[in-house]
Design a protein around this ligand. Structure first.
Ligand SMILES: [Fe+2]
Length: 195
């Protein structure tokens, strides 16, 4: 009995731990870890950007756009949370960096939706780069974690491209914008699904 508990104590002391003191099965390569931390910041920045855009539409009585963009803001916060949870699960600590103030002045709705498309494309690029780094580092855990995130980004780009196309059709016409606003209010704004 004594021998068993001593063996258990020796086994416990040999479990590698990460910077947070949690058991860690495999360290994360330094550059990949830095990239994951930066991506978490990118998601938080996207959340702030969507929130600012929601306010812009709320100030102009386009409540469907406002509601939709608030939900997108919440989604980005959730994505940041996934990265935080993943870093904790891998025995790492999470660095929460200061965020820049989001842009609040825009020419028109089309300029905002075009910026959304670009923002989603940038997030996709970041997640793809992380995926490539994980593959090079032989970090299969991270590759598997990122797979559904890259898939989600493809859908986000598809949705943003569709909304941008419809806003371009409207050409700022109030009646047409109200149609799109109603679609967003009713949750009937999604393009044909991928796959
Ligand atoms: Fe995201």
């Amino acid at each position: 009995m004594m021998l068993q508990s001593r063996d258990a104590a020796v086994a416990a002391s040999t479990v590698p731990t990460g910077p947070a003191g949690r058991a860690m099965a495999q360290p994360i390569e330094a550059a990949l870890l830095e990239g994951l931390q930066q991506h978490l910041t990118l998601e938080r920045q996207a959340s702030a950007a969507y929130w600012a855009m929601a306010i812009w539409f709320g100030e102009r009585e386009l409540r469907g756009f406002c509601h939709f963009l608030k939900a997108e803001s919440a989604d980005e916060q959730t994505h940041a949370g996934l990265f935080a949870d993943y870093l904790v699960a891998r025995g790492q600590t999470v660095q929460l960096e200061a965020l820049a103030a989001p842009r609040q002045h825009w020419r028109d709705a089309e300029e905002i939706i075009a910026a959304i498309f670009q923002m989603e494309a940038d997030v996709t690029s970041s997640s793809q780069q992380l995926h490539a780094m994980a593959e090079r580092a032989g970090d299969v855990r991270t590759s598997v974690f990122l797979d559904p995130i890259v898939q989600g980004q493809i859908e986000a780009e598809h949705g943003a491209a569709h909304l941008l196309g419809r806003v371009r059709f409207a050409q700022g016409n109030p009646a047409a914008m109200l149609v799109i606003d109603g679609e967003l209010s009713a949750g009937k704004h999604a393009p044909e699904p991928v796959g």
